[in-house]
Design a protein around this ligand. Structure first.
Ligand SMILES: [Cu+2]
Length: 146
């Protein structure tokens, strides 16, 4: 009887050890590198807009493009920083999506229809300079000819 109990104990120990080995092996295999080859691209370009509401609309439009992972519009610089998966979309799709929401980008003019539906405070000036430095501009940047 004692022998039986002993052998059961031995089997249990052996089983435990082999189980342990297995989990260790598994952990090692999952650690090996995946084949993820995400072509993440970053890009900045000019987008016109006035305020925080514009920011929401612009960023929402950019984020709605499949493959976009980041969209950050700077109200002072009139510029957006985006990151996207280059295998899913391209820069032009993002320009178009923002333009469709009513905002001018440096490549695509904003949809007039969407612009008209923007709140009054968001109806930005179409001649607004894009890609500003964010600093106060000096009015006189020509040379002085006397
Ligand atoms: Cu606005």
């Amino acid at each position: 009887m004692k022998k039986v109990i002993l052998s059961v104990a031995v089997i249990a120990v052996l089983g435990f050890v082999s189980c342990k080995n297995e989990t260790k092996k598994e952990a090692e295999t999952t650690q090996t590198e995946g084949t993820s080859e995400v072509a993440l691209k970053e890009l900045s370009f000019g987008v016109r807009g006035n305020c925080g509401m514009c920011k929401n609309t612009i960023e929402k439009a950019a984020n709605a493009v499949d493959g976009v992972t980041k969209a950050h519009w700077d109200v002072d610089k009139k510029k957006i920083d985006v990151a996207f998966d280059g295998s899913k979309t391209d820069a032009m799709n993002i320009h178009k999506a923002i333009a469709a929401s009513g905002y001018d980008t440096e490549k695509v003019a904003g949809s007039e229809e969407a612009y008209k539906n923007l709140p009054g405070c968001c109806q930005y000036d179409h001649t607004m300079e894009m890609n500003q430095s964010g600093e106060i501009k000096a009015e006189d940047h020509g040379e002085h000819h006397m």
